[in-house]
Write a protein that binds this ligand. Sequence first.
Ligand SMILES: [Zn+2]
Length: 205
Amino acid sequence: MALHLTFDDGPSPGSTPAVLDALAAAGATATFFVLGPSVARHPGIVRDALAAGHRVELHAHRHVRHDRLTLAELRDDCTRALDALAGAGASPSWWRTPWGRTTEATWTVADELGLSLVGWDADTHDWRGDPPADGLDRIARDAPDGGIVLAHDGLGPGATRADCAGTVALVPLAAAWAARRDLALTALPDPAGAHHPTAPVVAAR
Ligand SMILES: [Zn+2]
C-alpha cells in the first residue's frame, strides 16, 4: 500500500523548493497539481520536480469553480494550462479541479483531453494554517491504510495563512508515520494502473 502526498496551487518559489527538499530528505515522491500562470512564471521548479521523480499534473489555469464556467471557457482554461505545462516538460494525465468540484462539462473536457479526475481521501486543511500535527491526525483518521492526501504548496484563493511552512513541516511527520505503517510514500501511479483512480470527493458522472 502507498500514501500519496499531493500538493495543489503551486508552483510557488517561496515554498515548492522547500517541499521538494523535504520530500528528498524523506526519500519520497509526490504529486503536484499546478496552476498554469505559475508554471509559466516558474518552469524551472516544474523541471526540478520532474527530474526528482515527482508527478506534475493539472489543477487549473484560473482557479475558479467549474459551475461558473461554460464548456468553452473550461476547455480554453485547460488548454492554456496544458500549454504552460508542456512548455515546462510536463504532460499531465491526472486532473484535480479547484476545490474538487466537477460539472458535466468537467467530465466532457476530461474525456476530450485524456485526463483522469482525482480527488483525495484525507484533507490536511493546511491552507488555513492548521498545525502539521493536526494534518497528520487527519491522515491517520481518513487514510489509515494509505490513500491520497491533500495539501498545498501555494497560497490559493481563500488561503488564510502567510506561507506554506506548515506544509513543509508536515512532510517529515507524514513520512515517519507512513514508514511505521509500511506505507510507501509515492507519486500517484498512472491512471490506467491506479487501484484508487478517483477518491470520494470527485463524484461519479
Ligand atoms: Zn486549488
